[in-house]
Design a protein around this ligand. Structure first.
Ligand code: MN
Length: 425
């Protein structure tokens, strides 16, 4: 190993890569520093079984036992007239699903609740967008400006953060002092960006924020309505990759109760259908500009990487999620050990999504061009007008990183992907 083998930087979670990473469900592995963990899952009936082991961290990073959290949340809701609920930026089904569940909780106590979503809605995932559109009126989904106006009229509003615990990942990060209290419900690890509050329930053993909120509603024996049950089930489905990972017996128990309360599995499944337009956009990107380059010659097998950008229309802009999805797809092909997809997200700003298998540490490669991430999933954001130059840079760094223990070829061998020709009228 050579001197370039320095420690990789961890992303702090507020850049575009995070948005892309969030969209592809990799949040748990990027830039999150684990500081403490629960010993055991809490039990649903509130029996105080768990012992919480916490490394010396500030007082405010302590998470409350579930039962204590629920009763303090209940007390504070009762004292409030307006409660605001916010999930992470670039909301997904878990952020919005758990927020709708919390809205239902608050209104059950006869209080007003608002869900704050301040994102460009054209960039929100279609399933999440559908839930927002269908529930906007009844569940009072408002933007940050509207929220600020409402806060002004209020003496002591309450804020509940869900599916997020960090200040730089919410739209209200700069308005926290306007709230009397901040509550946090989350299943992600904490770090120095975590909002300091005594009122937090963070359990990384839970599948999702929606699972936690469901347990709060069940603990309070609150009757659900169909759209609440649907939204919560959608959140759990997303974060468990449809019950394929991160599930515990209690996750299935909660899902069963949500279905009994009226959740419609077919409705939830439909939220995951891939949007045809998105599919075409991503295939178009891949078809119009993918080349496969051999990076090194190994005795057993060569290492190859795919490089994708729209070579027919290099200035074309996409949302970062498109690049992330394209890179995920390219890595599924035999003979592709690393995939780099790049393109503009706005004029003069290029986003790179990188994915690697065990042979290629794309985190190191992205680090070398000023980005970051982990070994198998990383990215970068570069201000430039020269996309070909970025591609050459990545190629050069990739060969350097791989070449540290491989014999590097003088000239990379290029395999061109045949372009499809559509008849022009
Ligand atoms: Mn989540």
């Amino acid at each position: 190993m050579n001197g370039k083998d320095k420690n990789r930087k961890l992303l702090d979670g507020n850049d575009l890569l995070t948005a892309a990473v969030l969209a592809t469900g990799f949040i748990s592995v990027v830039g999150l520093i684990e500081t403490y963990r629960f010993n055991k899952h809490h039990s649903n009936n509130g029996a105080k079984k768990e012992t919480i082991e916490i490394t010396p961290t500030p007082e405010t990073k302590k998470t409350l036992p579930f039962k204590d959290f629920v009763s303090s949340l209940e007390d504070e809701i009762k004292k409030s007239t307006k409660v605001f609920i916010v999930g992470h930026n670039s909301p997904d089904l878990d952020a919005i699903g758990s927020a709708i569940g919390l809205h239902h909780l608050v209104t059950t106590y006869g209080k007003k609740a608002y869900i704050v979503v301040d994102d460009d809605e054209t960039k929100i995932e279609p399933g999440t967008k559908r839930i927002i559109d269908e529930n906007r009126k009844k569940y009072k989904i408002i933007n940050k400006n509207m929220c600020k106006k409402l806060i002004k009229e209020e003496d002591s509003p309450l804020l509940i953060m869900t599916d997020v615990n960090k200040k730089d990942m919410i739209s209200l990060g700069d308005s926290l002092e306007s709230f009397r209290r901040v509550f946090i419900i989350d299943h992600h690890s904490t770090n120095e960006q975590t909002v300091p509050t005594k009122h937090m329930y963070i359990n990384e053993e839970e599948s999702s924020a929606s699972e936690i909120v469901s347990k709060v509603l069940f603990a309070k024996k609150i009757k659900l309505v169909q759209e609440v049950a649907n939204s919560l089930l959608a959140g759990i489905s997303l974060d468990t990759k449809r019950f394929k990972q991160n599930t515990t017996p209690s996750t299935h128990d909660v899902a069963e109760k949500l279905i009994a309360a009226g959740a419609d599995m077919e409705y939830v499944n439909n939220l995951f259908l891939q949007d045809f337009e998105t599919h075409c956009r991503i295939q178009n990107l891949i078809i119009n500009g993918t080349i496969i380059k051999r990076l090194s010659e190994s005795l057993l097998s060569p290492i190859q990487a795919s490089f994708t950008f729209n070579r027919n229309n290099p200035l074309e802009e996409h949302v970062p999620e498109d690049y992330a999805k394209a890179a995920d797809q390219m890595l599924k092909f035999a003979g592709v050990d690393a995939a780099f997809v790049l393109g503009y997200v706005e004029p003069g700003v290029i986003h790179v999504s990188a994915r690697g298998n065990k042979k290629v540490n794309v985190g190191k490669i992205m680090d070398a061009i000023g980005g970051g991430g982990n070994a198998q999933s990383a990215g970068a954001r570069i201000e430039t007008d020269n996309i070909s130059e970025v591609e050459s840079q990545i190629l050069e760094k990739a060969m350097m990183v791989i070449g540290s223990d491989e014999k590097v070829l003088e000239e990379p061998q290029v395999v061109k992907v045949k372009q499809l020709k559509y008849p022009n009228k």
